[in-house]
Design a protein around this ligand. Structure first.
Ligand code: DOR
Length: 445
């Protein structure tokens, strides 16, 4: 069997930074720590840190149907270069993943073309509960319900349907929470007031704090009533943080939450410069919201960090605000964003690994991934923490070819990504497709 030894590693795992070698046999980690000798391929990790591969629980890779923006191959390739080894993809494709057949089609494409491990959410609509209930919770990450409309036409707002979903679905339900009535009302008011001068700066007032809170607290109340396993995606406001707990371990939580890197990085002060490039749903809001979400990531009210990677072409983003789509491409740079906070002393490396690698695995009860542990799958990312590089057109790998971070110099670079024991990315120039596997999940929610 294929054998590799990562020598001289400084590895970050389970709250500690340790030194030693890591041995991989086949697709598994076989030894962690100490000096490991033997006949094997050696990877010298001197000067680098080794972390478990990043697990991103919220991405939009656009296939099938929207492949002019991105596809499973292009976006998972960008993920690989960003140190992400597993993704969970959203159902707002074309057709949307609202039937088991449509969902299976995405798994089939990924089996042929993905560069990383993969899972796909089954989508909920106002009338597909029966189909949702056929979902296999051991091989599908969860059910996604857009309780506020966003890209794609997937709104679930019928109270009877929501009661049905929350009371009958036995697996994790991930929600996009923004109250539709509040947003529609705000849209009408702002359109009336600003007409053609409506712009990205109005986005957080239209997609308002109130809209987020009404919807998130509704989801929380439904989950509390029915004992549902609820995961609320992309929290953007300080107000919503009161809905979450940090006094029990993640394994005991029925209600968990996620923050996205762009909501931790940008604030509404960036709209004048970046405009439609950073409009997304829910919106990037006040600096005080950003600070509060960051605090909640640190103290455990927010459980995990993701990207909501959502590519659109630059032509689509260049339309007037009212016609420009929401969402931004992020997955290649997710670790860099968090490393910028490490370098400024706001978060430790151990905490970054906790929120991007360990806790997504715990949150989704992902089988044997997310840690550097003997017997676990060998998904690992090697990072040079000090190398500086500038994000530019010639190193952006997204199919859409742009990034809201273009022109920024980042400190820290992913040097190698290992998936299921195979080096699938090295140093900007080496990519192996097909090293990923379908994710599996334990079921006891
Ligand atoms: O801004 C967003 N864009 N939010 C979403 O929830 C969907 C995403 C997309 O698919 O473009």
């Amino acid at each position: 069997m294929r054998k590799k030894i990562i020598k001289n590693a400084r590895y970050i795992n389970e709250g500690a930074i340790l030194e030693g070698d890591i041995e991989i046999v086949g697709d598994r980690i076989s030894k962690v720590g100490g000096i490991i000798e033997g006949v094997a391929e050696e990877i010298d990790a001197s000067g680098m840190v080794v972390i478990p591969g990043i697990i991103d629980d919220q991405v939009h890779f656009r296939e099938p149907g929207l492949t002019h923006k991105g596809n499973i191959a292009t976006e998972s390739r960008a993920a690989l270069a960003g140190g992400v080894t597993s993704f969970m993809e959203m159902p707002n494709t074309k057709p949307p993943a609202l039937t088991q057949t449509a969902l299976q089609e995405k798994y089939d494409i990924a089996a042929r073309t993905a560069y990383t491990n993969y899972s796909f959410f089954m989508g909920a609509s106002n009338d597909n509960l029966e189909e949702v209930l056929k979902t296999d919770e051991t091989t599908v990450c969860g059910i996604k319900a857009f309780m506020g409309s966003s890209t794609g036409n997937m709104l679930v707002d019928d109270p009877v349907t929501l009661e049905g979903l929350f009371s009958q679905v036995p697996m994790l339900i991930a929600t996009h929470c923004e109250d539709e009535a509040t947003i529609r009302n705000n849209k009408a008011i702002f359109a009336e007031k600003y007409g053609d001068t409506l712009s990205a700066i109005h986005h957080p007032m239209i997609r308002s704090e109130e809209g987020c809170y009404i919807s998130s607290s509704y989801a929380r109340d439904l989950a509390a009533k029915h004992g549902t396993r609820l995961h609320i995606l992309h929290i953007t406001t300080e107000k919503e943080l009161a809905l979450f707990r940090n006094d029990i371990p993640l394994e005991e939580k029925k209600i968990t939450s996620e923050a996205c890197v762009h909501h931790l990085y940008f604030s509404q002060e960036d709209y004048p410069q970046l405009g439609n490039k950073i409009i997304c749903n829910p919106a990037i809001k006040k600096p005080s919201d950003r600070a509060a979400i960051f605090e909640a990531v640190l103290d455990g009210r927010i459980d995990i960090i993701a990207t909501d990677h959502a590519p659109h072409t630059i032509e689509e983003k260049s339309k007037p605000y009212a016609q420009a789509p929401s969402g931004l491409p992020l997955i290649q740079h997710t670790l860099n964003i968090m490393l910028s906070y490490y370098h400024s002393g706001k978060i430790s490396l151990e905490h970054i690994v906790q929120k991007m690698c360990h806790d997504p695995a715990r949150c989704f009860k992902l089988a044997e991934r997310g840690y550097l542990r003997e017997g676990y799958y060998a998904d690992l990312t090697l990072v040079d923490l000090e190398e500086e590089w500038t994000i530019a057109t010639d190193n952006i790998l997204y199919k859409c070819g742009w990034s809201p971070l273009e022109g920024r110099t980042m400190k820290g670079k992913v040097k190698e990504t290992i998936i299921n024991g195979r080096t699938c990315y090295r140093d900007g120039g080496f990519f192996i497709q097909g090293g990923g596997q379908r994710l599996h999940f334990h079921t006891s929610h």
